[in-house]
Write a protein of this length. Structure first.
Length: 866
C-alpha cells in the first residue's frame, strides 16, 4: 500500500511545474529549460537538472518495467529483482554496494511500481561517481547468487507477512483485485508466496535480459554537480553495456465491471476501513489533470466537499480522502477512509449523494481556484528537494515520452473550467462500475444491498531577537523559492502529561486550529487552502506548538490567520466532540498496527510509571472524558510567550517581518507559570513481558535506558544506533541478509531530557523468535567486548550527517529543527554545530558507552505475538 500511496502522491504533484514558475514570476517553462537531455547511442536517456540549494545530489536509474509486465506465474518477480539487485555483481560484493554510498553520507534504495522500477542514490554531491558506477554495475551486471536468492526470498515473504498485519494494505489489495478484471494491476506488486518461492536464478536473469535494456531506461541526475564532469562519467559507466533485445509486452484491454461489486474483508480489528473505486484515466489521457483537480475539490483537504460533509457536518467518518490514480495503464478514482463499522451504510449512502450532486451541479469557481492553488503549493514545496524533481522528470520521461510534457499538464490545469470538472464527474462517477471495499470484524451487508442502494439514490542569515513579551524569534532568509516555513514551539507534550491526562497535548493541538473568536473551523480551512497555505498544531514527546506553510506572496494573510489561531482559539465544545472520535481512531489504528502497539507497550515497561512511558497517541479514557475547559486551562498554562520560540525560514525580509511581528503580537502578554522539575525515571522492576496477539509476525523489542538528550552521550547513542541500523549495519547484515530472519530489523532511539531509550527491533515469524533474540544478544555481546570498528563509526557519522542535510532541505523542516532544538536547550543552531561535534567523537567513547549502559542486567525485552 505504501508504494501505491507514494505513486498517487507523485502524480498529484507531477503536473504542477508551470504553476511554480507563475508563483515565482518567471517563465512557465523555467524548469523545462534548465533540464539538459542527452541520449546515448545505446538508447539510454539522461536528464540533468542543476540543483543548487544544497550540496546534494540524487542519481536515479529507472527501468520501464514493473509488476504489470509480469504474467501470473511471474507475480512478484520484478520486486524480487529489485531486492536482489544490490546483492552483488561480478566485481562488487553486496557490502561494497550500499555500504560505499552510506560511508559517504548518502543512502541507496529502490522501489517497484506497477509500471517501472527505480534504483537511486541520494546524498552529498561527492557520491556522484560512486553512484553512477554502482547503478550501472548492479543493473547491467547483477550476479543473483543462488544462496543470496534463497535468503532474500525469505525476506520478501516476511515483508508479505508484515503487510498482512496492516488493515489498509489488506483492504487495498482486495479492492485492486476487484477493480481490475484483466489488467495486471489487479495483482499485488510483491507477488504471492507460492510464486516467489518458485523463482530460480535463471528466472531473474531471463527477465533482466528481456527488459533491462538502455533504451528502456531513464537516468536522471539532480544536484549540485558540474555538467561536463557528469556527462563524462555517464559516458564512462553507461556506454559499454551488454547488448540485449527489448521484449514487447501486449497489455490486455481492461473491461472493468459493468455492475457494482462489493468486497468485504473480515478481520479482528478495532477500527472500520472503507474504500470506493471508479474506473479513471491513464497518465497519458487528456482527462488525467482534470481528475486530479476533481479529486482535490472533493477529497483533497479539510475544506473539501467530502471532508466537510461526511466528517465535520455529519460526523459519519473519522478520516476520508479522494485521489486520482493515473498510472501508465488504466487508472482509478479512489476514496479511502475510516469510520465506525455500524456507520458504513450511512457513509456509503452519503457518498453516493455527494457524488451525484457534483454530477448534477458541478463545483464552484472558488472551489476550482482553491484546488489549483493547492496543487500549485504542493509542487512548490516538493520542488525544494532533489528527490522530488528527480521523480517528476523521470516519471514524465517514462510515461509520456518526454519531460517537456510538464508544460502540457500545466496548460491543462490553467485552462480547466468548472464545466470540465462537471463533465468529468458525469463521465467517471458511474455507480454501475463502482467497487466498494470494507474491512471490519464482521460483514454488515451484502452486494445486493449495495446494488439496491445505488438504484434508489443514483482534496541566509539568521536574525534573532526577543519581543517585549519574551518570545524568542529567529528569522532565516532563503530566497531561492517563494515558500516560507513557520514554527512556534513550547515546552510540553507527553512528558508534561500524567496517566489521567495522557493525550492532553494531542487533543489541544488538534482542536487549537479549529475555530477562533473571528472564524469558524470551516472558514479557517477555506481561507488557508485558498491561499495555498496550512496551519497545523503539533505535539511530540518534549514539545508542542503550531506550524505553518505559506507562499511568500500570501505571507501577510497567512500571518493574520496565524495570529488569530495563536491568540484567540475558542476550543468550542462542539469541536471537542467532533475531534473525540478522531483522537480515539488514532488509538484504534495503533492497536491494529502490531509495530506501533509493540513500541508503545515496550516504552511503558522501560519507563514504568514515569510520563516517559505514556502512550504518545494518548489514552482512550482521557479522550472520552476531556472537555473544552480542560483544553482552555492547558492553553492558558502552557502557551506562554516567554517560554516560546518562533522560527521563520524562507523568502522573507527580516527587517519588515520583525516590524510585522512586533505589531501583530503586541497584545500577547507573558505570565508566570513555573514548571516543576522533572523527576528522573527509575530503572524498571519488570524486565520481560510477552503479550499474546494473533499476528503473522512476532514483534520483538530489546532495549535499555540511556542518558537524556542534553547529555554528552546523546551523540554516542545516535552514532551507535546509526551504525547498527543501516543496510550495511550488523543487524541488517547478520539477521536479515545472512540468516533471513526478517524483512524489518533495525535499532532506534527515543529521547527525553532526563533519560532516553536505545532499542533493537525485529519483526519475524513466531518460529524464528528464539533465533532473533539470540541474534540480538550475539551482536550486543560482540560490540560490548570489542566495540565498533573505526570504519563502522565513520560510516555511521556520514550517514547521520547525510540524513540531517537531506532532512533540512525544505523551509518548514528547517524552521521546525531550529525551534525545537532551541526549546530543548540544545540551541537553535544545534544542527549547524552537529558535524563538528560528531567529528570529536572517538572510538573509545562508544566502547565505554556500550559497556556502561548496554548490559544484560539493564535490558528490557518485550514480545508481541504468538
Amino acid at each position: 500500500m505504501l508504494k501505491h500511496a507514494v505513486w498517487i502522491l507523485l502524480f498529484i504533484i507531477l503536473f504542477l511545474g508551470g504553476f511554480w514558475m507563475e508563483a515565482t514570476a518567471k517563465n512557465s517553462d523555467y524548469i523545462v529549460n534548465k533540464v539538459v537531455e542527452k541520449k546515448l547511442k545505446n538508447g539510454l536517456t539522461v536528464l540533468f537538472y542543476p540543483y543548487d540549494r544544497e550540496d546534494v545530489v540524487t542519481v536515479k536509474l529507472c527501468v520501464k518495467v514493473g509488476s504489470a509486465y509480469e504474467n501470473e506465474k511471474q507475480a512478484g518477480l520484478t520486486h524480487l529483482i529489485e531486492h536482489m539487485i544490490f546483492k552483488g555483481t561480478e566485481t562488487k560484493k553486496p557490502e561494497d554496494i550500499v555500504g560505499t554510498i552510506e560511508a559517504l553520507g548518502g543512502y541507496m534504495n529502490a522501489f517497484t511500481s506497477f509500471d517501472y522500477t527505480c534504483y537511486y542514490a541520494t546524498g552529498p554531491a561527492k557520491i556522484l561517481e560512486n553512484s553512477l558506477d554502482i547503478l550501472s554495475d548492479v543493473v547491467f551486471h547483477p550476479f543473483f547468487d543462488p544462496k543470496e536468492l534463497e535468503r532474500e526470498k525469505e525476506v520478501v515473504i516476511e515483508e508479505m507477512k508484515m503487510r498482512l498485519d496492516n488493515p489498509h494494505v489488506v483492504l487495498w489489495e482486495e479492492v485492486m483485485k476487484a477493480s481490475y478484471q484483466k489488467y495486471p494491476y489487479r495483482r499485488p506488486i510483491i507477488g504471492y508466496e507460492e510464486t516467489v518461492r518458485s523463482f530460480k536464478r535463471e528466472d531473474l536473469l531471463s527477465f533482466v535480459n528481456q527488459f533491462y535494456t538502455p533504451e528502456n531506461m531513464v537516468l536522471s541526475v539532480i544536484g549540485k554537480v558540474n555538467q561536463d564532469r557528469l556527462f563524462a562519467l555517464v559516458d564512462k559507466y553507461f556506454t559499454n553495456l551488454p547488448k540485449r533485445t527489448l521484449k514487447k509486452v501486449k497489455f490486455p484491454k481492461e473491461p472493468f465491471t459493468e455492475k457494482p461489486r462489493l468486497v468485504w474483508v473480515e478481520r479482528p480489528v478495532k477500527e472500520g476501513y472503507f474504500a470506493l473505486t471508479f474506473p479513471g484515466a491513464s497518465f497519458k489521457d487528456e482527462d488525467a489533470p482534470i481528475l486530479e483537480l476533481l479529486a482535490e475539490v472533493l477529497g483533497g483537504g479539510e475544506s473539501s466537499r467530502l471532508y466537510v460533509r461526511l466528517k465535520r457536518d455529519l460526523n459519519l467518518v473519522k478520516t476520508i480522502s479522494m485521489s486520482a490514480f493515473t498510472p501508465a495503464g488504466p487508472g482509478l478514482i479512489e476514496i479511502f477512509g475510516t469510520a465506525d463499522p455500524e456507520k458504513f451504510k450511512e457513509v456509503l449512502s452519503q457518498l453516493i449523494t455527494e457524488l451525484e450532486e457534483i454530477k448534477d451541479f458541478g463545483v464552484t469557481e472558488e472551489e476550482l481556484k482553491k484546488a489549483k492553488v493547492k496543487l500549485l503549493s504542493d509542487f512548490v514545496f516538493d520542488a525544494e528537494t532533489s528527490e522530488g524533481l528527480s521523480s517528476t522528470l523521470s516519471a514524465f520521461q517514462l510515461n509520456r515520452g518526454t519531460y517537456k510534457d510538464i508544460l502540457w499538464y500545466k496548460k491543462k490545469i490553467d485552462e480547466a473550467t468548472v464545466e470540465d470538472l462537471k463533465e468529468a464527474a458525469k463521465k467517471y462517477f458511474d455507480f454501475n462500475k463502482m467497487v466498494g471495499g470494507f474491512l471490519s470484524e464482521k460483514r454488515l451487508f451484502t452486494e445486493e444491498y449495495l446494488k439496491n442502494l445505488i438504484s434508489v439514490k443514483k482534496e541566509k542569515t539568521i536574525k534573532s531577537f526577543s519581543l517585549e513579551n519574551g518570545l524568542k524569534v529567529f528569522i532565516y532568509p532563503r530566497k531561492d523559492l517563494p515558500t516560507i516555513g513557520i514554527t512556534l514551539a513550547f515546552p510540553g507534550g507527553l512528558r508534561f502529561e500524567t496517566p489521567q491526562t495522557n493525550g492532553l497535548f494531542q487533543a489541544l493541538t488538534l482542536i487549537w486550529t479549529r475555530g477562533t473568536q473571528k472564524y469558524s473551523a470551516e472558514e479557517i480551512n477555506f481561507k488557508l487552502e485558498s491561499l495555498g497555505a496550512s496551519i497545523k498544531g503539533f505535539s511530540g514527546r518534549n514539545t508542542f506548538g503550531i506550524k505553518a506553510l505559506s507562499l511568500s506572496s500570501n505571507l501577510e494573510e497567512t500571518l493574520e490567520l496565524f495570529k488569530e489561531i495563536l491568540l484567540y482559539p475558542t476550543f468550542k465544545p462542539e469541536e471537542c466532540e467532533k475531534a473525540r472520535p478522531e483522537l480515539i481512531s488514532m488509538l484504534l489504528m495503533q492497536e491494529d498496527s502490531p509495530i506501533s502497539l509493540a513500541v508503545t507497550q515496550f516504552l511503558k515497561i522501560l519507563f514504568s510509571d514515569h510520563p516517559y512511558g505514556l502512550n504518545i497517541a494518548g489514552d482512550q479514557r482521557f479522550y472520552q472524558s476531556f472537555n473544552s475547559e480542560d483544553l482552555k486551562q492547558a492553553y492558558q498554562r502552557f502557551v506562554n510567550p516567554n517560554k516560546g520560540v518562533l522560527t521563520i525560514v524562507g523568502d522573507v525580509d527580516p527587517f519588515i517581518l520583525k516590524q510585522k511581528l512586533e505589531t501583530i503580537l503586541k497584545d500577547w502578554k507573558p505570565f508566570s507559570a513555573p514548571f516543576s522539575e522533572e523527576e528522573e525515571p527509575k530503572l524498571p522492576s519488570q524486565r520481560f513481558q510477552k503479550i499474546k496477539k494473533e499476528t503473522f509476525q512476532n514483534q520483538i523489542l530489546l532495549g535499555f535506558q540511556t542518558p537524556g538528550l542534553t547529555s554528552k552521550e546523546k551523540l554516542v547513542l545516535e552514532v551507535l544506533s546509526s551504525a547498527l541500523s543501516g543496510q550495511d549495519g550488523r543487524l541488517f547484515r547478520i539477521l536479515r541478509d545472512e540468516r533471513a530472519l526478517a524483512y524489518s530489523v533495525t535499532s532506534f532511539t527515543v529521547f527525553y531530557p532526563k533519560k532516553s531509550a536505545f532499542v533493537l527491533y525485529i519483526g519475524c515469524s513466531p518460529e524464528k523468535e528464539e533465533a532473533a533474540i539470540a541474534g540480538f544478544w550475539e551482536i550486543l555481546e560482540e560490540i560490548s567486548q570489542n566495540g565498533l570498528t573505526q570504519e563502522e563509526i565513520e560510516r555511521a557519522k556520514n550517514r547521520l550527517l547525510g540524513k540531517l542535510k537531506l532532512g533540512l532541505q525544505s523551509n518548514l523542516s528547517k524552521a521546525e529543527d531550529m525551534a525545537v532544538n532551541e526549546v530543548l536547550n540544545l540551541g537553535w543552531d544545534y544542527s549547524q554545530k552537529y558535524e563538528t561535534m560528531l567529528k570529536s567523537l572517538k572510538q573509545e567513547d562508544i566502547k565505554n558507552f556500550i559497556k556502561t549502559y548496554l548490559q544484560k542486567d539493564k535490558a528490557v525485552l518485550f514480545i508481541l505475538g504468538k
